[in-house]
Write a protein that binds this ligand. Structure first.
Ligand SMILES: NC(=O)c1ccc[n+]([C@@H]2O[C@H](COP(=O)([O-])OP(=O)(O)OC[C@H]3O[C@@H](n4cnc5c(N)ncnc54)[C@H](O)[C@@H]3O)[C@@H](O)[C@H]2O)c1
Length: 291
């Protein structure tokens, strides 16, 4: 399968998972624009991958994914850089949990919560996806029959709640809900939308926490970047998988790929299932293209 001539937009590409995804795409012949708040880091990755490839296949643009205007400007630059068409969009940029409320019960008044994690990990993913879907709707299907594909990164913490990570979990569960709902609506428009839900991957995100990765390693909680890349790769080209969450659990799942498609919750009553179908039928018209 040749991906030569295809293009991709990757947020968070200066580091970690998005950087590894960018390299995988470049090796496959896909031209990439990486968008990151760390402009210097993004430019360094672009330079390194261009040198490795011996051609200009990666460009970099400075974007704060939590800011709509910044995202629009970055995406428009990317469309130009990539020759007017984008086949794949990867909303991957993210940050780890920070304290959202002051811990001083005797403090007077009410303090606005710090929702920066929600803004980057939740709103940021929705902004990038909104840009992608609008662009894809203007594009004709490519040689694989798709207008475009989105693959984002949620987390296992979007499937299993961690009590001390409320805003991160809210954002990551939110991304899972978005993917499991709209990802089942979009295929009729030849667009796919999926999410990766990994346990701990060694990247820059927790580098400030001393011993985090060493202790996690001893507890057998680390998942391999290769497993993520394998799943991202499986979604390229003609795959019609959409609305799915790829779980990368720690431990042995008896499957060498390291990932499974995580089934949705079971319906508690038959009426629960009917409720989903009924609600879908009432709201679907909102998303229909009108011309
Ligand atoms: N590493 C893990 O253990 C793990 C596990 C599950 C999910 N994830 C998710 O994977 C994604 C990638 O994380 P990573 O582990 O590769 O981390 P990372 O820190 O190595 O990379 C994150 C990248 O996002 C960029 N970024 C942060 N805020 C941004 C913003 N506002 N606008 C644009 N770019 C921004 C950073 O500059 C960085 O380059 C995140 O969404 C994270 O929540 C990571």
């Amino acid at each position: 399968m040749s991906f030569q001539g295809q293009t991709a937009y990757v947020t968070g590409g200066a580091s970690g998972i998005a950087r590894a995804v960018t390299r995988m795409l470049v090796v496959k012949g896909i031209k990439v624009c990486i968008a990151d708040i760390n402009k210097q880091g993004a430019e360094a990755v672009a330079q390194e991958l261009n040198e490795e490839a011996g051609s200009q296949c990666v460009s970099a643009v400075a974007v704060d994914v939590a800011d709509w205007d910044s995202q629009v400007a970055g995406f428009q630059t990317a469309i130009k850089e990539l020759g007017g068409r984008i086949d794949y969009v990867y909303p991957i940029a993210g940050i780890a949990e920070v304290n959202w409320l002051p811990n001083r019960p005797k403090q007077e008044g009410f303090v606005k919560p710090n929702l920066s994690v929600w803004d980057v990990d939740g709103t940021g993913v929705l902004y990038t996806s909104a840009l992608a879907i609008q662009q894809f709707r203007r594009q004709e299907p490519n040689k694989f029959g798709f207008r475009g594909k989105i693959a984002t990164v949620s987390s296992v913490r979007g499937l299993y709640a961690v009590p001390s990570m409320p805003i991160y979990c809210a954002a990551k569960f939110g991304v899972v809900g978005f993917v499991r709902s709209f990802g089942k609506h979009l295929p009729k428009e030849k667009i796919t939308l999926n999410a990766m839900c990994p346990a701990i991957v060694k990247t820059g995100i927790s580098i400030g926490r001393s011993d985090w990765y060493d202790k996690a390693q001893k507890l057998n909680l680390i998942v391999k970047m290769e497993a993520l890349l394998d799943a991202f790769e499986s979604l390229l080209g003609g795959s019609d998988v959409s609305g799915e969450c790829f779980e990368f659990p720690p431990g042995d799942i008896g499957n060498p790929s390291g990932w499974i498609l995580k089934p949705q919750n079971e319906y508690t009553t038959p009426e629960s299932e009917v409720h989903v179908q009924y609600s879908d039928s009432q709201f679907a018209h909102q998303h229909e293209p009108v011309e």
